[in-house]
Design a binder for this molecule. Structure first.
Ligand code: F7E
Length: 344
């Protein structure tokens, strides 16, 4: 009989890619949907899977709803991808973020313990938990030091998952994923903001893109590769923690340069700090400006992951490299800009 997977956060970037992968593997996929999910089905339509998923109204703030849902759905695997996932917003909405990303996971684990105790559980943990990094590169044994309400809430959820594993024998796995991007990434995240904005600029619909801290460094992979890692984790006999990352890190500035290059722009940086601009050498036009409004109260300066454990134990390796990722995202956004569509 086909296995049933419940994917919370089905409408997000990772939910869409994971949903597609699970359908291809023959799963019955139930997608947890909040009544007010942003952009609801657009990513699922983009991947052509919206009609193959069963939807269940689910909200991590409502325990009774979680319990009834698990009793009804009877999942073999639960992938908890639901979250307020934007670090910047978590400074503005810290309590809401803690409720959904922290306590919400505890509610889901309680519901699992009561109503679906044999279901395997994947928690979407994050490199944001490393924050002010205590070692370079970061792996499963690196101590945590979160730097945002989002990171703090996710760390609570990570330890709750470990605790339910150790206390009640729950098959709970925490996937510590570094940044993973794609053409389906939300436009508030920096990579997609860059590719979307530069593409809009190319068709004359935008003057320049405003960004915050250009010096932050991130380990960027491709979301499609990372959801395959999530699935592999839940196929292991024993639950555990795994880092997924590429092992490479680059500045935001380098991402801008690469995206611009793909569009035929050659960026020269002028000035410094809040006065820095990125100018296209050929046209002399300013295409990037720094706007301190996008600075964060506390920043994560450097992330670079060590995915050795996932490589050895899961046989997981990222397939899409940095240049290919940038190309994928820029080309998708240029097409959207030319077609004047903005649904994703
Ligand atoms: O920022 C800097 C910003 O918002 C990356 C989430 O998926 O990955 C993501 O979190 C960096 C930061 O992602 C802008 O200050 C500069 O240093 O794309 P981001 P994030 O905060 O790394 C982790 C793994 C998650 O778990 C999260 O859910 O870019 N930056 N200028 C900017 N960032 C944004 N958003 N916008 C700017 O204009």
């Amino acid at each position: 009989m086909a296995k049933t997977a419940l994917v919370t956060g089905i409408t997000g970037q990772d939910g869409a890619y994971l949903g597609k992968l699970l359908l291809e593997k023959g799963y019955r996929v139930v997608g947890g949907l909040r009544r007010s999910s942003v952009g609801a089905y657009t990513r699922l339509h983009e991947l052509g899977i919206a009609n193959d998923i069963e939807f269940a109204h689910l909200d991590l703030v409502e325990l009774s709803n979680l319990m009834r849902s698990l009793e009804r759905i009877k999942p073999d695997e639960i992938y908890n991808l639901a979250a307020q996932s934007f670090v910047g917003l978590s400074f503005e909405q810290p309590i809401y973020t803690a409720d959904t990303d922290g306590l919400g996971v505890l509610r889901l684990l309680e519901a699992l313990r009561q109503c679906a105790p044999t279901a395997r559980f994947y928690q979407a943990s994050t490199s944001e938990m490393f924050g002010k990094v205590q070692a370079v590169p970061q792996n499963e044994r690196t101590p945590f030091h979160p730097r945002s309400p989002y990171g703090v809430a996710k760390l609570f959820a990570h330890w709750a998952t470990v605790n339910y594993r150790e206390s009640y024998g729950v098959h709970g796995t925490s996937g510590i994923l570094f940044n993973h991007e794609s053409p389906l990434r939300g436009r508030e995240f920096v990579t997609r903001k860059i590719t979307w904005s530069l593409a809009q600029l190319m068709v004359g619909r935008l003057d320049a893109v405003e960004l915050g801290n250009l010096d932050a460094k991130r380990d960027w992979g491709y979301a499609g590769d990372y959801v395959a890692g999530m699935w592999l984790m839940l196929q292991q006999q024993q639950p555990d923690d795994y880092v997924l990352a590429t092992g490479e890190t680059r500045t935001i500035r380098a991402f801008v340069e690469a995206a611009a290059r793909r569009l035929g722009l050659d960026i020269e940086w002028r000035g410094a700090g809040a006065h820095e601009t990125g100018v296209d050498r050929q046209s002399g036009k300013t295409v990037v400006r720094v706007n301190p409004d996008y600075y964060r109260p506390a920043e994560v300066d450097l992330l670079i992951g060590d995915p050795t454990k996932a490589a050895v134990e899961l046989g997981w390796k990222p397939k899409v490299g940095f240049d290919e990722l940038v190309t994928l995202m820029v080309d998708a956004d240029l097409k959207r800009a030319r077609d004047n569509t903005n649904h994703v």
